[in-house]
Every structure is written in C-alpha cells, then in structure tokens.
Design a protein around this ligand. Sequence first.
Ligand code: SAM
Length: 329
Amino acid sequence: MTLTDRFGRAITYLRISVTDRCNLRCVYCLPQHGAQWLARENQLSVEEIARVVETAARVGVKRIRLTGGEPLVRPDMAEIVARIASIAGIEEVSLTTNAMLLERLARPLADAGLKRVNVSLDTLDADKFKRITRGGSLDRLWRGLAAAEAAGLSPLKLNTVVVNGLNADELPALARLTIENPWHVRFIELMPVGNAQDWGEGFPVRSERYFSLQEMRAQLSTFNLEPATQPKGNGPARTFRIPGALGTIGFISPLGEHFCQNCNRLRLTADGYLRPCLLLDGEINVREALRSNEPILPLLQRAVDSKPEGHELLMQHYPESRRMAQIGG
Ligand code: SAM
C-alpha cells in the first residue's frame, strides 16, 4: 500500500520537527524575547515518533528529515536517529540544523544512522551571522561542517534564506563556495510565516524584505549557470551548476515559482500534529491517538487526503497558527 493524495502525488517523505526549541533566534524565524515553548509533556517521545514512522514506513514513506526548532538541542537525538534508522523501509534519515552543536554530534549521529545534514547559512560575514541569528557563531558553523564531512554526512546542503537589504548582496560569494566544495547551496525565498514583526534596528522593514527568484537569478547571471541534476535528496530546489564547479546551486521559491505539484511530503510537528502543507494551516492530532493507543494509519491517510493542491500565499492566505520553528521549515 502507498499513500497517494487526491492529485496523484505519492507521499514518500516525512519531515519531523523533534522540538520547537532553538539555541538561536534568527530574525525571520523567532522573536528575540518571549518565544513560548511547548510544555515538555506535549512533545512527542522517541517511542511516539518511532510509532508514527513505523506506520508511515508500512505505507511507503522512505525518507525522514528531522528538524525543529533546533533538533540538536534535544538530548536524545542520537536515540531518535538510531530508532528511526532501524525501521524497515526507511532508506534515509537526514537532519536540518544550524550547526552550532554539530562539531560534537556529527560523529555520534552518523554512527546512529544519520545519512546527511542540511545546514542553515545566511551570510559569510561573522558579525552579520551573529546579528541575523542573534548570537550564533560562524566559526562554530564551519567547525560543524568540517565535522559533518569527516563523519561522512554528505552531500552537504547549505540553506540560505535570502532577504533583500540583509544578505541578498552575498549571493555571488555564497554561490562561489560550490566551485571548490562539493556542496549544494540552496537559495530560499523568505516565506511570510510568523515574521511580520519588526526585526530590530538595522534590519529591513517588512515591505522591503522580499527578494524574488528572478532577482536571485539576475544576481548570479555572470556565472552562466547551467542546469544540473538534483543532488541526492530530491527536494523542491531547481538546480544549476557554475560550469566546472564541484557543487550545485538550487533555488527554492514557494512564491516566485512554486513546486507544489511535486510535493511528496507530510510534516509532523513536535507536539504531534500531522500537517499536510507547510504553508496552510490545518492539522491532524496524532498525539492523542498515540497516547490512547489508537491506530495511526487512518490519521496518516486523512492527512494525505487533505493535502491541498497548492499553498495560497499568492492569494495572501498566510499560515497563522504556528511559527516556522514550530513547523520545522
Ligand atoms: N534550526 C534548524 C536550522 O536552522 O536549520 C532547523 C529548523 S529551521 C526552521 C529550518 C529552515 O527553515 C532553516 O533553513 C531556516 O533558515 C528556514 N526558515 C525559517 N524561517 C523561514 C522563512 N520565514 N522563510 C524561509 N525559510 C525559513
């Protein structure tokens, strides 16, 4: 049996937010102060996460991505990876991280069965990195990347959320990283999810932050990008290569050129709700079923059946019930 939605899309990929907590406060993702965290008892346990994955694997889900919040702040992360990686039918477990704790954890996570990491990197300037992340260290990120490569967590993908007036001028420098490194740099359009507020002094105001896919392509026009095949992972990015480069450049543009027609995923929030679409509110409570020992499969099926054909950002319908850190990006 496989999970196929009303529009013929087979669902083979589950993104799991293992915690809503984060050790950084990226300006476009979390407020500087006063973020409300889930009560611990509402967060799914390792066993509960594993039960959802076991059920999903029985109906064709093959790939799992662990995200957050910051997944590496969960003390039982290696246990979560090991448990999921051992489930029959799961071919790949990967992780999205800010890399602040990666130097120490890359090896134990690889040993537990983790295959790849995506790391968020919005700037190559250490001071700007600290400002955007409100406290992060670019140096720690580089050490985390080196540890990930040494542990075989490759191909490495780097995610850059592109914001006009903040880091859009760095696209060429970030793209150049791919010339000598077999890395996959992906430029992501800023999504209007829980970040409408003022980001503080020195940051662009809301109406000036968006930097479109077309503007990104124009910024990189001197590189004569050529189409390239997707690196392993098969995500939503449209992929290109600087001629002769070892790595690739991808564009993820939910607004400029959306990719809903290829959507193969469901999301599970840290408090146990299945979310059929990142960008539309509407969720199915599986935590209740897990805790009262009811079957999960009908809920998975319901989540798949309620997947919309596409998001509605262009109609100005923005998700309001959760922030990105709670959904997992
Ligand atoms: N803490 C981890 C990290 O930093 O990668 C994982 C969680 S984070 C929510 C996942 C991804 O979502 C990151 O690459 C982040 O840059 C991206 N993200 C967060 N808010 C976003 C937004 N409003 N628009 C586009 N991407 C966003």
